[in-house]
Ligand binder design. Structure first.
Ligand code: NAD
Ligand code: NOS
Ligand code: HCS
Length: 411
């Protein structure tokens, strides 16, 4: 495609996404009217695709100058990146398939605008701010973090006294993780698994590692597609939940022997290791929908392999001699690296939270540390989402409110 065609394609994707993000549209209208971000610069590292682009244009509509790059070398859609870069007050440095050095250089270019507010997915931008670009910290009003792993990193920094800015844990808003991590990952992980493989899920043994918000979504949809789902966990409560939700629960050492398709969603490292690769059935398919590319030990797999080859777009086969193992999208987030990311209706809520939190940072002086999304913003997003779906719900009557808050009328 020519550059002009790519830009057209990016704009088309953005139009489609925008039309399915009604809560963000409400926020954008307010931003257009009130310009709450006028004079502010926002630096972002997020998955650069159409839904993210709608968030970026929303921030620009609020008066901000926005500079963005990717948060994963394989999740950028170049057509959207180019289309964004043509917009007024927006620069986009993300490119698909960049090597590590180029990935971090692009984060530096984002930081070169000297942002007042940051938005991260995985905390790579904040990490750079606290290591190589500390000179920029005094200018920072605050940041927002999109994902569970990023929030973990920030809590670890805070605990060590290393976090030198306020950050809002957007992931932890109820209108984010209950929907994005569960229904979003539940659907888009299967988009990323079925597109490259073009194989049947029904009847397969699917092993889901981790029964957190992402894991339960992936397991639920696997079950809906007819798979026999096996869950692995380290948390006894979550393992019990998985069992009572109807799945088999066992150690990965045992699941490895049975699984035909493996999906990691733990946010942890070394979930699938040499020990497991050696006992997997021939042709097993592995994918990660959790944390970076460390959930599957790709180095161990490469060193066990006698040879490797690309067997389909986004699938690499590792020939171990007595068996072959297939990995989707280099063990990186399968839903974004091999699929189209979460559905727009879900990112609508996640990104409405992001836009509202950026405004909150602009209008309130926050102390250094990790902050919750204010409950009124979380509730606003839920109410607007219901409204956009044409759903009205009951309200407590004064008598009911009194009954619920009293203690005399318990029986
Ligand atoms: N692919 C996506 O688009 C997407 C969306 C949201 C979150 N995420 C990422 O997915 C990961 C999980 O997020 P979440 O919100 O579900 O987190 P979560 O904390 O709710 O769940 C993680 C689960 O993994 C379990 N776990 C940890 N180590 C394990 C091990 N060794 N074996 C088995 N289970 C183990 C934990 O006990 C926990 O129940 C994070 O890295 C997050 O950033 C990805
Ligand atoms: O299509 C998408 N566009 C932008 N962000 C996404 C999309 N799908 C998922 N995530 C976000 O990626 C984070 C993990 O890196 C998740 O927390 C989710 O919010
Ligand atoms: N942005 C990182 C963290 C996801 S949990 C990634 O894409 O790997």
């Amino acid at each position: 495609m020519t550059e002009k065609e790519l830009i057209e394609s990016g704009n088309m994707k953005m139009d489609w996404a925008r039309n399915h993000m009604p809560v963000l549209a409400i926020v954008r209208e307010k931003f257009e009217e009130e310009k709450p971000l006028k004079g502010l610069k926002v630096g972002m590292a997020l998955h650069v695709e159409a839904k993210t682009a709608v968030l970026v244009e929303t921030l620009a509509a609020g008066g901000a100058e926005v500079s963005i790059t990717g948060c994963n070398p394989l999740s950028t859609q170049d057509d959207v990146s180019l289309a964004l870069d043509t917009r007024k007050n927006i620069s986009c440095f993300a490119r698909y398939g960049v090597e590590s050095q180029e990935y971090y250089e692009a984060i530096d270019r984002v930081l070169d605008i000297k942002p007042d507010i940051t938005i991260d997915d995985g905390a790579d931008l904040i990490f750079k701010l606290h290591t190589e670009r500390t000179d920029l910290l005094p200018n920072i009003l605050g940041g927002c973090e999109e994902t569970t792993t990023g929030v973990h990193r920030l809590h670890a920094m805070e605990k060590e006294g290393a976090l030198k800015m306020p950050v809002i844990a957007v992931n932890d808003a109820m209108t984010k993780y209950l929907f994005d991590n569960r229904y979003g990952t539940g659907q888009s992980a299967w988009d990323g698994l079925t597109r490259p493989t073009s194989l049947l899920v029904a009847g397969k043994n699917v092993v889901v590692a981790g029964y957190g918000w992402c894991g339960r979504g992936v397991a639920m949809r696997a079950s809906g597609l007819g798979a026999n789902v096996i869950v692995t966990e380290v948390d006894p409560i979550r393992a019990l939940e998985a069992k009572m939700d109807g799945y088999r629960v066992m150690k990965m050492a045992d699941a490895a022997k049975l699984g035909e398709l493996f999906v990691t969603t733990t946010g942890n490292r070394d979930i699938l290791t040499a020990e497991h690769f050696k006992s997997m059935p021939d042709g097993a398919i592995l994918a990660n929908s959790g944390h970076f590319n460390v959930e599957i030990d790709m180095e161990a797999l490469a060193s066990l392999a006698k040879s490797t080859r690309t067997v389909r777009h986004n699938i690499k086969e590792y020939d171990l001699g007595d068996r072959r193992i297939n990995v989707i999208a280099e063990g990186r987030l399968v839903n974004l690296a091999a699929g189209d990311g979460h559905p727009a209706e879900v990112m609508d809520m996640s990104f409405a939270n992001q836009a509202l939190c950026v405004r909150y940072i602009a209008e309130n002086k926050l102390s250094n540390g990790v902050h919750k999304v204010p409950l009124e913003l979380d509730t606003f997003v839920a109410k607007m989402k219901l409204k956009s779906m044409g759903i009205t719900i009951d309200e407590l009557t004064p008598t009911q409110e009194c009954y619920m808050s009293g203690w005399e009328c318990g029986t």
